[in-house]
Design a protein around this ligand. Structure first.
Ligand SMILES: [Zn+2]
Length: 128
């Protein structure tokens, strides 16, 4: 199983977030792909993410175009501590409590039949 996307989702199903890392650029890579997007190298390796980061920006989605989608929810851009940014949702969080720069941690969850890395607030800084 060497398809990077399949490896990524296999780790997620096991509750872990793994990222590709390019040792030449010393950067993490997201989303999964066959080449480093900076140097086009293929020497990348897998490294486990701590699954923690902070909200870069967010929006509260209140209207859905789909009948089977629960609204409202918090759609957010998350910057992981490893430096990559991903679009996701913040769950277990009051809409009024969401803030930019809020610390969050990854929680794998099923979304539209696919396991996805969602995020929840880290309530106390001491717990990190
Ligand atoms: Zn690279």
């Amino acid at each position: 199983m060497c398809d990077p996307t399949q490896v990524y989702y296999q780790h997620l199903r096991e509750g872990e977030l793994w990222l590709q890392y390019c040792p030449d650029c010393r950067r993490y890579i997201f989303f999964p792909r066959s080449h480093c997007p900076i140097c086009w190298g293929q020497r990348w390796e897998w490294r486990q993410s701590r699954g923690k980061g902070q909200v870069y920006s967010y929006s509260v989605i209140r209207v859905s175009t789909r009948a089977d989608e629960q609204v409202p929810y918090i759609y957010a851009l998350i910057t992981l501590d490893e430096g990559v940014r991903m679009a996701s949702r913040v769950v277990d969080c009051d809409l009024q409590s969401a803030t930019v720069d809020m610390r969050v941690e990854m929680v794998p969850a099923s979304l539209d039949g696919q396991i996805m890395p969602l995020f929840r607030p880290i309530s106390a800084q001491g717990l990190e």
